[in-house]
Design a protein around this ligand. Structure first.
Ligand code: UDP
Length: 477
C-alpha cells in the first residue's frame, strides 16, 4: 500500500460524484484536475471520480481494484435511469436518490482498503442524496455549482429571501406573451431583467415549477449543510454576484474559475465521439473567419426553426462550423440534414455530430460563436476571447445571455427569441450573423471579448483572484 500519507503529512481523498449530463461532467472533472494540479507539494491528494453507467434497477455496484499509485482513479457505478431512452427530469432525479446505499458501501470499502474518503465533491444537483451520505458518515461535502454566480444569487433570493417569492417568478414565467416586459431592475447584483431572462423549463411540459422547487430545496440543503460551494467563475467576471454570495450565504462560496483544461485520454468525460476532422478544416480557413454553431448537449430546436437557421446561415455568406448533434432537431434525419447544409453552402461550411469544442474555440480561424449560452460554452468562449451570438433556450441560458449582451458586452442577440412560439426569421438570423462577423457592432464586442480573455487569463497568476480562493479552499480542507 504505497500512497497512504506518512505520519504528519496531510492526506486527502476526494470522491467526485457528477450529475451524468455533459454540461455537468466536464466542469467536475476539470475541477478535480485543478485540485490535483494545485495541491502538488502540499501532501497526499487522491481523487476517485465516479462514472455512472446504464444498468437495470437491481445491479449492484462492483467495487474497484485499488491502484495505490494512481492519483486520479475512475470507478464505474450503475444508474438505472441512464438505461431509459429519455427519462423525465423527475425519473432522473428519483433514480439518483437510489444510489445512496451503494455510495455508502463504496465509501466503506475504500476505508477497509486503507484509503478512506475524506471529502465528497459532488454536483449541486446531486445534493440529494450525497449530502445525506456525507452527513451520515461524517465526511465534508463540497458542492460544485456548475452555473454562474448570478444564477446562484437568483436562486438564493428565491429560495431564502422574500425579495422575490417563487410565486412571483412562476406567474411571470407562465405569461409567455409578456416575455419582453421588465421583470425587475432592483435585484441586487443582477442587471435589469426581462421576464424572458428568468430561468425556466417550459419545454418539459411545465416542469418549471417542479424543477425550481427541487433546485431551491437543494440550495437550502447546501447552504445549511455543505462544507463549501465552488463555482466556475472568477471575481473580475461577476464582481457583485460573487461578493453578495460571500456576504449573504451561510456556506462559504468559492469562486475559483475558470478551468478550461482539455479533457482527453484518461480524463475525458465526453459522452459523444468528437469529430477531429473539423480541426483540419479550420486550419485551412482565414483568421477569425468562421462562425462556430453549437447548441450544447441537450437543447432542441424545432424543424421550422432549423430551416430558418439554415437559410439565415447560408444567406449570411459566412464560413461556418456547425454541430448537428443527433436529436438536435425533432423529426429530422440528422445525416441528410447535414448533407443538405453542406450541399447548399458549397465549401463555406463544415458539419459534425460533435466537436472538440475547446480546440475549436481556441482555433485562430474561429471569429464568432452562435451559442445556446450554456454556462460551460459561455466561459469557454470568454476564456478564448470569442464573441457570442446568443440564442438562449432554457434553464440559466437566458440569464447568461443577459450578462453576455448587457454586462460584459461580448455578444449580440436577436430581437426576438424563438421560445414564445414565434420563429426567429432567416432574414434576422442573416443580419445578426453579418453584424457579428463583419459589422461595427461585431468589432466592438470582439474587442471587449479580447479584453475579457486577458482578464480571465490572469485569474490563476501568482496573486490572481481564483488562485487565492483555491488556496484558501485547499487550506480549509
Ligand atoms: N461540447 C463539446 N462538443 C460539442 C458541443 C459541446 O465538447 O460539439 C461541450 C462544451 O465544450 C461544454 C459542454 O459540452 O463543455 C456543454 O455544456 P454547456 O454548459 O455549454 O451546455 P449544456 O450541454 O449543459 O446545455
Amino acid at each position: 500500500m504505497a500512497t497512504r500519507a506518512t505520519e504528519g503529512e496531510r492526506y486527502l481523498h476526494v470522491l467526485a460524484v457528477p450529475l451524468p449530463v455533459q454540461g455537468h461532467l466536464n466542469p467536475l472533472m476539470r475541477f478535480c484536475k485543478l485540485l490535483l494540479k494545485h495541491h502538488q507539494n502540499r501532501g497526499s491528494l487522491r481523487v476517485t471520480f465516479l462514472d455512472f453507467y446504464p444498468s437495470n434497477d437491481s445491479a449492484e455496484p462492483s467495487f474497484p481494484e485499488f491502484h495505490h499509485d494512481c492519483l486520479l482513479q475512475r470507478v464505474r457505478f450503475p444508474l438505472s435511469s441512464l438505461s431509459q431512452k429519455s427519462p423525465s427530469l423527475a425519473t432522473f432525479f428519483d433514480s439518483l436518490l437510489c444510489i445512496q446505499s451503494g455510495l455508502e458501501q463504496l465509501i466503506q470499502s475504500f476505508s477497509s482498503h486503507g484509503v478512506p474518503i475524506t471529502c465528497l465533491l459532488t454536483d449541486f444537483l446531486t445534493t440529494f442524496p450525497t449530502q445525506d451520505v456525507a452527513d451520515k458518515l461524517g465526511i465534508n461535502r463540497i458542492a460544485l455549482f456548475p452555473c454562474s454566480a448570478a444564477q446562484l444569487l437568483l436562486i438564493n433570493y428565491v429560495a431564502l429571501r422574500d425579495t422575490l417569492s417563487m410565486e412571483t417568478v412562476m406567474d411571470a414565467i407562465k405569461s409567455t406573451e409578456r416575455g419582453d416586459e421588465l421583470f425587475s431592475d432592483s435585484v441586487a447584483g443582477l442587471p435589469r431583467l426581462l421576464i424572458r431572462d428568468l430561468p425556466h423549463y417550459k419545454h418539459v411540459v411545465d416542469e418549471t415549477r417542479r424543477v425550481w422547487k427541487f433546485i431551491n430545496r437543494s440550495w437550502e440543503a447546501c447552504n445549511s449543510r455543505a462544507h463549501a460551494v465552488v463555482i466556475n467563475t472568477f471575481e473580475e467576471l461577476e464582481p457583485s454576484p460573487c461578493s453578495l454570495l460571500s456576504q449573504d450565504c451561510d456556506v462559504p462560496v468559492y469562486d475559483v474559475g475558470l478551468w478550461i483544461e482539455i479533457l482527453t485520454g484518461d480524463t475525458s468525460t465526453s459522452m459523444h465521439e468528437e469529430d477531429e476532422r473539423c480541426i483540419g478544416w479550420l486550419d485551412q480557413q482565414p483568421t477569425s473567419s468562421v462562425l462556430y454553431i453549437s447548441f450544447g448537449s441537450t437543447t432542441k430546436i424545432s424543424k421550422p426553426q432549423f430551416e430558418a437557421l439554415m437559410q439565415g446561415v447560408i444567406d449570411s455568406q459566412q464560413r461556418f462550423l456547425w454541430v448537428m448533434r443527433p436529436g438536435l432537431v425533432d423529426d429530422i434525419d440528422c445525416c441528410s440534414a447535414s448533407k443538405e447544409i453542406i450541399s447548399r453552402s458549397g465549401k463555406r461550411g463544415f458539419v459534425v455530430d460533435w466537436a472538440p469544442q475547446l480546440r475549436v474555440l481556441s482555433h485562430s480561424s474561429v471569429g464568432g460563436f452562435l451559442s445556446h449560452c450554456g454556462w460551460n460554452s459561455t466561459i469557454e468562449s470568454i476564456a478564448n476571447g470569442v464573441p457570442i451570438l446568443c440564442w438562449p433556450y432554457f434553464a440559466d441560458q437566458p440569464l447568461n445571455a443577459r450578462f453576455i449582451v448587457d454586462v460584459w458586452r461580448v455578444g449580440l442577440e436577436f430581437k426576438h427569441t424563438g421560445e414564445d412560439g414565434y420563429l426567429i426569421e432567416s432574414h434576422e438570423i442573416e443580419t445578426v450573423i453579418r453584424s457579428l462577423m463583419e459589422g461595427k457592432e461585431g468589432s466592438f464586442v470582439r474587442e471587449n471579448a479580447h479584453e475579457l480573455k486577458q482578464k480571465s487569463s490572469r485569474c490563476f497568476d501568482s496573486s490572481g483572484s481564483s488562485l487565492l480562493k483555491l488556496t484558501a479552499l485547499i487550506n480549509d480542507l
